[in-house]
Ligand binder design. Structure first.
Ligand SMILES: C[S@@+](CC[C@H](N)C(=O)[O-])C[C@H]1O[C@@H](n2cnc3c(N)ncnc32)[C@H](O)[C@@H]1O
Length: 315
């Protein structure tokens, strides 16, 4: 682009024309980066930021105090995290989707960035909170954007979303029955410790429903996730993206030291036709208390990050 601009500058000495041509070149460059300048996009595109990078602590600085809606749910992701992915992989006017909507963070982020949004959420209580949160946003109905909150099992998503409608999915599924295992563990072993998760909220089971992915044992959970990924692919536009915020974990009770959920998910996506496009590490060191896991019989590292598995729909 710089070369082109230099060419324009040297071919004319009309300053107004030069300014217009430069603006046109910049506009063209922005089209390739969803309305951002190439350097703005490059700054967002780092795949891991650690706490030592104090000058640009972007990924580490995603949490802000939780509002009354966020406090009602045990595991929301920060609005800024969703916004960052939305800026990177979609442009104004696109449609964003979250199959595990929770209290609607993805819709709020989409609204902030002038995108349409749809989400499915199984638990009626959370779907209602999502609706209330949306109604609370000033100016929400003073634009041409559409928001849809569906209280249903995300495996029925094809009943609610048209094929090839979605540019970007941003979601965080339950991690199988891991929350229940943590709660049991806390009740028996770590009576005094506090188990916290993303955004520093206290862990709670989402519901008792057998349709809830948070109540499925891991092997069955992975099979069901594949169903969602298949439907997700159908509703995504060619070239569109799907971002899954997940954590790896341990199942020490069953003598499984490490459950590599992010890579199992990546494989599941590829098996149903997605291209595993990218992996971003979200460093959460600042939000987590360090604990001595397994000591004295065995030593484990502290898991202080989440993974964002990024799929792309390509032929
Ligand atoms: C990790 S939370 C997502 C929170 C969300 N990112 C937010 O910021 O509010 C996972 C959500 O998936 C929902 N869920 C579980 N099984 C589901 C299913 N079969 N269909 C739709 N939602 C489901 C749970 O009720 C829970 O709210």
């Amino acid at each position: 682009m710089e070369e082109n601009i230099n060419k324009i500058v040297s071919e004319t000495d009309n300053p107004l024309l030069v300014k217009r041509e430069i603006e046109n070149e910049e506009k063209k460059a922005k089209l390739g980066f969803n309305g951002l300048t190439p350097s703005e996009w490059a700054l967002l595109s780092k795949n891991v930021i650690n706490e030592d990078e104090l000058l640009n602590p972007v990924w580490n600085n995603l949490s802000s105090p939780r509002n009354k809606y966020q406090l009602e749910h045990g595991a929301v992701y920060p609005i800024k995290l969703a916004e960052r992915l939305i800026k990177m992989y979609s442009k104004e006017g696109d449609t964003i989707f979250d199959p595990f909507l929770g209290i609607g963070t993805a819709i709020i982020a989409a609204h902030n960035l002038k995108r349409h949004a749809i989400g499915t959420e199984l638990n009626p209580k959370f779907a209602k909170i999502a609706e209330n949160w949306l109604y609370d946003i000033e100016g929400i109905f003073k634009n041409d954007l559409h928001y849809k909150i569906v209280n249903d099992d995300c495996r029925n998503l094809l009943n609610h979303v048209r094929s090839e409608k979605i540019q970007l999915t941003v979601t965080s599924p339950p991690y199988a029955d891991f929350i229940q295992k943590s709660l049991k563990d806390r009740a028996t072993v770590h009576k005094t410790s506090i188990i916290k998760n993303e955004n520093n909220s206290t862990v709670k089971q989402y519901s008792e429903s057998e349709k809830d992915f948070g109540n499925l044992p891991y092997p069955e959970f992975l099979e069901q996730i594949k169903e969602v990924l298949t439907a997700n692919l159908t509703v995504t536009k060619q070239g569109g993206y799907s971002c899954w915020v997940v954590k790896d974990y341990r199942d020490t009770k069953n003598k499984i030291p490490y459950v590599p959920f992010h890579s199992d998910l990546a494989r599941a996506g590829e098996e149903v036709g997605w291209k595993f496009h990218d992996l971003i590490i979200w460093d959460q060191t600042g939000q987590r208390r360090l604990v001595l896991l397994g000591y004295p019989s065995v030593l484990y590292s502290n898991q202080n990050c989440s993974f964002i598995v990024i799929f792309r729909k390509v032929n």
